[in-house]
Write a protein that binds this ligand. Structure first.
Ligand code: IDC
Length: 361
């Protein structure tokens, strides 16, 4: 009885897969996704031993920028597949930044890069909180950097401006912060710096260029070659604008592009294409299939179109966010009370979609 149930299940999956293939080969966007495909992700929550040389960092080492691409120590193009923390200044973000969780992402999710998002002016952010909390924020960054080193994963330290629309508003604090982290992590080849998450409001590319020049100068005093990701106007969407006048003084600079697939569509895809055509190295340090609010509906068909564009151009990406907050973009269910050892049942619909996609690559 059990056996025939299983084989019926398998037949159903096969039929569903055949329908999907047939539909997509007709050039029609498959909006309908069979539930069975979602169920295919199986996570045990267990960790695996991996020889360092076999880890992503072990294989590729320190990254550089060549043309529009990220390349490894041998000059071979690489694409990072990442997950971003939620804000480490919130309790829906900080607890998930731990070595075990990062190892779960490495071993079972197909992730090779972890972004530590530290808000600057939102609640308990680095520029508005007290000394004790600032210390804790720095410790959380340190936890991620150390875990990344041990696990052979890349780690992005993200100065997460948002409320403070213009990065120049807290430029002094930014310079002091990047002095601290760049000097501390100067020998850590797996660390990347993202210097202004999402400039917004009336912030122009000229404003950002001026901010970036001063902050990169500080980073370069200590870390001569690390990758620095610079945010772009309109919540890191205007990479086309940046591509008309990129920063030229320093090497290994990339430009942030963010998309939320249910909001951002062809108009934004064209911006990325223009930037690439103009030779700009783009890094997609945040994305989700949700709306830009981080909540609302998913648009997986749009997300698939985005991934196609990213993969074709070998653009690296990080998915927002590793959290159990009750919002669509969270990769964990709100009912998940664990901070590591995630199993299939702990993943949200977004989490299951992401893992399935990452594991295929
Ligand atoms: C959102 C979080 C949400 C939090 C809010 C704070 O998901 O829980 O309350 O920030 O304002 C971004 C931002 C990122 C946003 C995310 C979703 O970089 O901070 O996180 N988003 O709105 N840009 C586009 C979307």
């Amino acid at each position: 009885m059990k056996k025939s149930k299983n084989s019926w299940g398998k037949k159903l999956i096969a039929v569903a897969a055949a329908v999907t293939v047939a539909v997509s080969s007709l050039g029609i966007q498959a909006v309908w996704q069979p539930q069975t495909a979602q169920a295919a992700v199986k996570l045990t929550g267990k960790t695996k031993k991996t020889a360092y040389a076999k880890t992503f960092y072990g294989k590729h080492g320190k990254l550089q920028v060549k043309g529009t691409k990220l390349v490894d120590k041998k000059g071979k193009a690489v694409q990072l597949k990442g997950v971003s923390s939620h804000g480490i200044n919130w309790d829906v973000g900080q607890p998930f930044v731990n070595e075990k969780a990062m190892q779960n992402l490495r071993d079972e999710w197909g992730v090779n890069c972890f972004r530590v998002a530290m808000y600057t002016e939102d609640y308990n952010g680095y520029c508005v909180t007290d000394a004790a909390s600032r210390k804790k924020l720095l410790q959380t960054i340190d936890t991620a950097v150390k875990a990344g080193k041990k696990l052979g994963m890349y780690v992005i330290i993200d100065w997460h401006i948002l409320n403070d629309g213009n990065p120049n508003k807290n430029k002094k604090q930014a310079k002091a912060f990047f002095k601290k982290v760049a000097s501390k992590y100067k020998n850590q080849g797996h660390v990347l710096y993202e210097i202004c998450n999402e400039p917004n409001g009336s912030t122009t590319w000229k404003d950002i260029r001026s901010y970036a020049s001063s902050v990169i100068k500080v980073i370069r005093k200590y870390s001569k070659k690390s990758i620095v990701i610079v945010g772009t106007p309109t919540w890191s969407q205007d990479v086309d604008v940046a591509s008309a006048k990129p920063l030229t003084r320093y090497k290994n600079i990339m430009y942030a592009f963010h998309f939320y697939a249910a909001t951002h569509q062809d108009y934004n895809r064209q911006k990325v294409q223009t930037a690439i055509d103009n030779g700009l190295p783009v890094f997609c340090s945040e994305f989700s299939a949700s709306e830009a609010s981080g909540d609302g509906n998913y648009d997986f068909a749009s997300a698939r179109r985005w991934m196609k564009l990213m993969d074709k151009n070998k653009i690296s990406y990080c998915c927002w966010s590793l959290s159990n907050k009750a919002e669509a973009c969270s990769l964990l269910k709100a009912s998940c009370k664990k901070t590591s050892r995630f199993t299939t049942a702990d993943l949200s619909k977004m989490g299951r979609w992401l893992v399935k996609m990452y594991r295929k690559k």
